[in-house]
Write a protein that binds this ligand. Structure first.
Ligand code: FAD
Length: 355
């Protein structure tokens, strides 16, 4: 999110420096790896329109950098009819294509996965390559004149009147007219007490699993909604094909962690649950050869993001396990805020938040 903000700010002529504590391509936060789902399908028209805004910005990023970050694969949602029909109605109301399918129709088109009860396909979804996208944001930001400084940790952040001061681990101090704070799982510890109206956020370690599949890159992304064949309290399953196989994960079920002191090794019980799922619902993968990875979710109580400004600080936080698809437009919203615009009320700091 910070790299996208740097791109948009630099392309609007601002002088930009990015401080990132880890090296390029690191895997300690939320944005690493070869895949994230891009989809328009949300039951809520607000998020559909945000994804619609994100789409041309992903294409602009590709044009400016010559890097491919988004592949169109389509997406399959399946599970109880209430879930699929709500998505179908919302997509149709927004004028976007989608089609309802029976499980046998879905199985005929995608024999690698079994659909539960009802299915919905929407063709405008796709796969974002997360590592390539972050690298592309940084390349585009650099092309616009931004400085990207990896391996530089910010240890102090303070407001000094209308400006803000950033102090690094090496005691370098920088005074800026505006600071965009996009620190992922470090937001609760870094921002509490500094930014009024920040909602509480849970930082959890999630554990998606890659399974080998002969045609992984040909898979649509998929979401198995709970409430029919999947227990209502399971959080739901998401998955998609990637360079590393078919990625599968339960949504937002991991343990609360401290991002600086977490065990990044796979939890065998959580791995077993995903394997069990794959053996039942994903006949197209080799469920006996899993490769688990870990990643951070930073989740707000209502799962809406925090994108707002408090004096010279613009906060991008709480992306609640579904932010990546919007990253291209979130940087633009951040640049709007820095330029004096106000935040969409959905993302505003301080209660009450519109839902
Ligand atoms: C397993 C998993 C699957 C997901 N799948 C999807 C999906 O399919 N589709 C989707 O839309 N979203 C998905 N998401 C969510 C999405 O990936 C996140 O919402 C998004 O990556 C959050 O980005 P961020 O910039 O907020 O955090 P991060 O990428 O973690 O970036 C924060 C950065 O701040 C740096 N930082 C922190 N503190 C300091 C400091 N003091 N000084 C300097 N640097 C600092 C960190 O090192 C880090 O690089 C998924 C997330 C996970 C974990």
């Amino acid at each position: 999110m910070g790299s996208s903000a740097a791109w948009h700010l630099a392309s609007r002529g601002e002088q930009v420096t990015v401080f990132e504590q880890f090296p390029p391509g690191h895997d300690r936060g939320s944005s690493h790896g070869s895949s994230r789902i891009f989809r328009l399908a949300y039951p809520d028209p607000f998020y559909i329109s945000l994804a619609v805004r994100a789409l041309p910005l992903w294409h602009r990023l590709e044009e400016e950098t010559g890097r491919r970050v988004l592949e169109r694969t389509g997406a399959l949602d399946h599970g109880p009819a209430t879930a699929t029909s709500a998505l179908h109605d919302a997509l149709r109301a927004a004028g976007r294509p989608s089609e309802l399918l029976t499980p046998p129709q879905a199985a005929e088109r995608w024999p690698g996965l079994r659909a539960d009860t009802t299915a919905l396909f929407h063709p405008e979804a796709g796969r974002l390559h997360a590592d390539h996208a972050v690298a592309a944001f940084q390349q585009a930001a650099r092309q616009g004149g931004a400085r990207i400084r990896h391996g530089v940790k910010v240890t102090r952040l303070s407001v000094r009147g209308e400006r803000a001061e950033v102090v690094t681990e090496g005691e370098e101090a920088v005074i800026a007219d505006a600071v965009v704070v996009a620190v992922g799982g470090w937001a609760p510890s870094r921002l509490s007490g500094l930014v009024p109206g920040l909602p509480p956020m849970r930082v959890t370690q999630e554990q998606p699993v890659h399974f080998p599949a002969p045609d992984a890159l040909g898979w649509p992304s998929f979401i198995h909604h709970p409430g029919a064949g999947l227990p209502a309290d399971s959080g739901g399953i998401y998955g998609l094909g990637s360079d590393d196989g078919v990625k599968v994960g339960f949504h937002g079920v991991g343990p609360v962690v401290d991002p600086d002191h977490r065990d990044r090794t796979a939890d065998p019980r959580a791995l077993g649950r995903v394997q069990q799922y794959a053996s039942r619902w994903l006949p197209g993968v080799d469920h006996t050869a899993p490769a688990a990875t870990t990643c951070l979710y930073t989740t707000t109580p209502d799962h809406n993001f925090v994108i707002d400004r408090a004096g010279p600080l613009t906060v991008l936080a709480g992306f609640s396990g579904h932010g990546f698809k919007f990253a291209s437009v979130i940087g633009a919203l951040a640049a709007d805020l820095v330029g004096g615009a106000s935040a969409p009320s959905r993302f505003a700091l301080g209660p009450p938040r519109a839902s």
